[in-house]
Design a protein around this ligand. Structure first.
Ligand SMILES: *[C@@H]1O[C@H](CO)[C@@H](O)[C@H](O)[C@H]1NC(C)=O
Ligand SMILES: *[C@@H]1O[C@H](CO)[C@@H](O)[C@H](O)[C@H]1NC(C)=O
Ligand SMILES: *[C@@H]1O[C@H](CO)[C@@H](O)[C@H](O)[C@H]1NC(C)=O
Ligand SMILES: *[C@@H]1O[C@H](CO)[C@@H](O)[C@H](O)[C@H]1NC(C)=O
Ligand SMILES: *[C@@H]1O[C@H](CO)[C@@H](O)[C@H](O)[C@H]1NC(C)=O
Ligand SMILES: *[C@@H]1O[C@H](CO)[C@@H](O)[C@H](O)[C@H]1NC(C)=O
Ligand SMILES: *[C@@H]1O[C@H](CO)[C@@H](O)[C@H](O)[C@H]1NC(C)=O
Ligand SMILES: *[C@@H]1O[C@H](CO)[C@@H](O)[C@H](O)[C@H]1NC(C)=O
Ligand SMILES: *[C@@H]1O[C@H](CO)[C@@H](O)[C@H](O)[C@H]1NC(C)=O
Ligand SMILES: *[C@@H]1O[C@H](CO)[C@@H](O)[C@H](O)[C@H]1NC(C)=O
Ligand SMILES: *[C@@H]1O[C@H](CO)[C@@H](O)[C@H](O)[C@H]1NC(C)=O
Ligand SMILES: *[C@@H]1O[C@H](CO)[C@@H](O)[C@H](O)[C@H]1NC(C)=O
Length: 560
C-alpha cells in the first residue's frame, strides 16, 4: 500500500505543475468545463449582506478548486450569490442588494478598478477569475441608473443578469434575462439581448437563464442567428412531472440543437430546485447531478469541441469528476433531516388525450389524437403479474397526447405539442404527474422491450420538438438507449420517430415534447369534453333564469 502522505504530495505536485501549463488552446480538441450545483447559504439569523458574503467566500473557494482541476470555464447558478429576492421585501431593499455593473465594451477589471462601482461580491469574483486564470459565469441582481420613457420611477432598472469574467478578471459579457419567471420586482430590456462571448480556447459561447430555455427568444436565436455551438446556462429551476424535470430539459435541448450545454442549477429540494450537468449534443450527458437532498457539487468534465456539427465521440468516464463539497470546504445550510426528497411541480394533464396501457406480453399499437395532433405508439412489453403482490407499489403507464396551450405556474402560457408515454401511480389519469415517495420500495412489473412513437407534423421553425426521457429516479436515459429522427415526407411535413431501443423496466417519461411558440400568450386550453355536460345544463339553467348568453361565454371560453 502507498502511504497516504505520499499520495497527497504526489497529487499536489501534479496539480501545481499542470496548473500553469494546461489551458485548452484553440487547436485542442476539448476544453474543460465546470458547473456548480449549489445550495446557497441563506440562514435567517444573518442579514442579507452577511449571507452574500458567505456565498461569495464559497464561490471563491469553488473557483480555486476548479482551477486546481484545470478548468477553463466555470458556471454558477441563477440566484446563488446575492441573497434571494423573495426575502428582501420592498423595492428599495432590492436596490440596496443589487450591483452596478460596467458595460462589457469597457473591458473593466472590477478587481482593481474602483471606478466600476460594483458590489464587493462581484469584485471578489473578478479577483478570483484573475488570480485563478479561469473564465467565470455568475448570476447577480443588477441595478442601472436610468432616465426617460423606459425607466422606473425610482430612477433605476433592475435586471436578473448573468456576468462573465475572463482569465484577466475582465467583465467581458452580460446577459439580462428576457423571460422572467414572475420576478415582479425585476425589469426587462427594451429588446431581448443575444449575448455571446469569445474565449482564448477558440469557443464562442452564448448564454441564457433558466425559464429562457423554454422560449424561442433569445435562446434559439443564439443558434439560428449567431451559429453558437456552446451554451452556458444558469438556472433556479422548479422541476415538474412528467416532462419538465431539470436534467431532462437540459439534455433534450442540447441534443436537439446539437450544442454543448453547461447547465448550473440552484439547489433547494423543498421547491424541486436542482439538477446540473454538462451535455454534449448527440453524445448526451457527459456528467450530471440530480439529488433528492441538499447538495453542493462541482461537476468537471472534458468537453469535445464542436466543429462543423457535433460528432459522436467515445466518452471516457475518466474525463469526468463530480466533487461533492462538504461543510469542511464551504459553509452550508444546516442539513434538514425532514427534507428527504425533491418536492416537484405537477403538469395539469386534464386536457390531454390519454389511454391506459393494458399491461401484457407482446406488441401493442395505439393511435391517439388531440386537437388534430396524432401520435402512433408501438410498444413491446413484458408484464410480470407475479411481482404485484399485496400492497406492492408499481407504476402504470399511459399514452398521453396534447396539442394546445399550457400555463407555466400562472406566470405565462405557451403552446405545447406532445406525444408521450408517462408513468402514473394508479389507473386514474390525474395520478400521472405524481411519483411515489422516493423512499418507498417499488416493484417494476412492466418492462418496455421497445417503444416506437411516430407522428407526422408540420415542419416549422416556430416549434421546437425535444426528445425528453427519465427513469423512475428522474435520471435522463443514456443516448444509447434511444433514437430520434425527423424525415421529410413532403414540402411541409416531417415524420418524427422516437424509439426506445434498449429494454427498461424503470421508465418514467418517454416523450416528444414540442414547444409551439406561435401559441405563446394564448389562453390555456381547457378540456372541452369534460366541460360539455355542465356547459349544456348550465345553459339550460341560464335560459330558465333569463341570464344573458354573454355571461355564459365568459364562463366557458371556447375550446382553442
Ligand atoms: C449586516 O451585517 C453587516 C456585516 O456584519 C453590518 O455591517 C451591517 O450593518 C448589517 N446590516 C444590517 C441592516 O443589520
Ligand atoms: C424597506 O424595508 C426595509 C427593511 O425591511 C426598511 O428599513 C425600509 O424602510 C423599507 N422601505 C420602504 C420604502 O418601505
Ligand atoms: C421595473 O419594475 C418595477 C417593479 O415591478 C416597476 O415598478 C417598474 O415600472 C419597471 N420599470 C419599467 C421601465 O418597466
Ligand atoms: C422603450 O421600450 C419599448 C418596448 O418596451 C421600445 O419599443 C422602445 O424603443 C424603448 N425606448 C427606448 C428609448 O429605449
Ligand atoms: C425543515 O424542513 C421542514 C419541511 O420543509 C420545515 O417545515 C422546517 O421548518 C425545516 N427546519 C429547519 C430547521 O430548517
Ligand atoms: C379531455 O378531452 C379529450 C378529448 O377532447 C378526452 O379524450 C379526454 O378523455 C378528456 N379528459 C378528461 C380528463 O376529461
Ligand atoms: C403494430 O404496428 C406495426 C407497424 O405498423 C405492425 O408491424 C404490427 O404488426 C402491429 N402489431 C399489432 C399487434 O397490431
Ligand atoms: C409474460 O412473460 C413472463 C416471462 O417472460 C411471464 O413470467 C409472465 O407470466 C407473462 N405474463 C403474462 C401476463 O402472460
Ligand atoms: C399511424 O398508423 C396508421 C395506421 O397504421 C397509419 O395510417 C398512419 O400513417 C400512422 N401515422 C403516423 C403519424 O405514423
Ligand atoms: C447510463 O450508462 C451508465 C454507464 O453504462 C450507467 O451506469 C447508467 O445507469 C445509465 N443510465 C441510465 C439512466 O440508464
Ligand atoms: C404533407 O403530408 C401531410 C401528412 O401526411 C399532409 O397532411 C399534407 O396534406 C401533405 N402536404 C402536401 C402538400 O402534400
Ligand atoms: C401552433 O400554434 C398555432 C397557434 O395556436 C396553431 O395555429 C398551430 O397549428 C400550432 N402548431 C404548429 C405545428 O404550428
Amino acid at each position: 500500500m502507498i502511504p497516504k502522505v505520499l499520495c497527497v504530495c504526489f497529487i499536489s505536485i501534479y496539480l501545481s505543475t499542470r496548473l500553469t501549463l494546461q489551458v485548452s488552446l484553440p487547436a485542442s480538441p476539448d476544453y474543460i468545463g465546470a458547473v456548480v450545483e449549489y445550495n446557497p447559504v441563506r440562514s435567517d439569523y444573518k442579514n442579507a449582506t452577511e449571507i452574500t458574503n458567505e456565498n461569495t467566500k464559497n464561490y471563491v473557494t469553488i473557483i480555486k478548486i476548479a482551477s486546481e482541476n484545470e478548468v477553463d470555464i466555470i458556471v454558477f447558478p441563477e440566484n446563488g450569490l446575492l441573497v434571494s429576492g423573495l426575502s428582501l421585501g420592498n423595492r428599495s431593499n432590492y436596490l440596496h442588494h443589487s450591483s452596478y455593473l460596467p458595460r462589457p465594451e469597457e473591458l473593466k477589471v472590477p478587481c482593481h478598478d474602483a471606478s466600476s462601482n460594483v458590489m464587493e461580491a462581484v469584485k471578489a469574483i473578478s479577483c478570483a477569475a484573475l488570480h485563478r486564470r479561469i473564465y467565470v459565469v455568475i448570476n447577480v441582481r443588477e441595478k442601472e441608473k436610468c432616465t426617460g420613457a423606459n425607466c422606473s420611477k425610482d430612477g433605476h432598472n433592475l435586471y436578473n443578469t448573468n456576468v462573465v469574467f475572463d482569465r484577466e478578471g475582465r467583465l467581458i459579457a452580460k446577459y439580462r434575462k428576457w423571460n422572467l419567471f414572475g420576478e415582479k420586482e425585476m425589469n426587462v430590456t427594451a429588446k431581448p439581448e443575444l449575448s455571446t462571448f469569445q474565449t482564448d480556447f477558440g469557443i464562442t459561447f452564448g448564454q441564457f437563464i433558466c425559464f429562457d430555455i423554454l422560449f424561442q427568444t433569445p435562446a434559439l436565436k443564439l443558434i439560428t442567428e449567431k451559429k453558437i455551438t456552446d451554451i452556458v446556462f444558469s438556472s433556479h429551476w422548479f422541476s415538474e412531472l412528467p416532462y419538465l424535470t431539470a436534467n431532462a430539459v437540459q439534455t433534450g435541448w442540447s441534443y436537439i440543437n446539437d450544442v454543448n450545454f453547461l447547465g448550473s442549477g440552484f439547489n433547494e429540494p423543498s421547491t424541486g430546485s436542482g439538477g446540473s450537468g454538462i451535455y454534449s449534443a448527440k453524445n448526451g450527458h457527459l456528467a450530471r447531478v440530480w439529488s433528492e437532498k441538499q447538495t453542493n457539487a462541482l461537476i468537471i468534465t472534458k468537453i469535445p469541441k464542436i466543429k462543423h456539427g457535433s460528432q459522436k465521440r467515445s466518452i471516457n468516464p475518466e474525463d469526468t469528476k463530480i466533487l461533492y463539497l462538504t461543510p469542511a470546504q464551504i459553509s452550508t445550510n444546516p442539513s434538514n433531516g425532514s427534507k428527504t426528497q425533491q418536492v416537484l411541480k405537477m403538469d395539469d394533464t386534464t386536457a390531454y388525450t390519454t389511454q391506459l396501457l393494458q399491461p401484457k406480453n407482446g406488441t401493442f399499437n395505439v393511435t391517439l389524437c388531440n386537437y388534430g395532433h396524432c401520435c402512433n405508439f408501438t410498444t413491446n412489453t413484458e408484464h410480470r403479474e407475479d411481482l404485484i403482490k399485496g400492497a406492492a407499489k408499481y407504476y402504470r403507464y399511459r399514452f398521453a397526447v396534447f396539442n394546445g396551450v399550457r400555463s407555466f405556474s400562472d406566470v405565462r402560457t405557451g403552446g405545447v405539442e406532445i406525444c408521450s408515454i408517462i408513468a402514473c401511480l394508479d389507473d386514474n389519469p390525474t395520478s400521472c404527474s405524481k411519483r411515489f415517495d422516493s423512499n418507498t420500495i417499488i416493484v417494476h412489473p412492466t418492462t418496455f422491450k421497445s417503444i416506437v412513437i411516430s407522428s407526422k407534423v408540420q415542419d416549422v421553425p416556430t416549434v421546437l420538438r425535444m426528445p425528453l426521457n427519465i427513469n423512475t429516479e428522474l435520471h435522463p436515459l443514456n443516448v444509447s438507449d434511444f433514437t430520434f429522427t425527423s424525415d421529410k415526407i413532403n414540402a411541409t411535413h416531417v415524420n418524427l420517430k422516437y424509439s426506445l431501443i434498449k429494454p427498461r423496466k424503470d421508465l418514467m417519461t418517454f416523450a416528444i415534447y414540442g414547444r409551439n411558440f406561435t401559441a405563446d400568450g394564448l389562453p390555456k386550453t381547457v378540456n372541452s369534453s369534460a366541460g360539455l355536460f355542465p356547459h349544456i345544463s348550465l345553459l339550460i339553467i341560464m335560459v330558465i333564469l333569463g341570464i344573458t348568453s354573454a355571461y355564459e361565454i365568459s364562463l366557458f371560453p371556447s375550446k382553442f
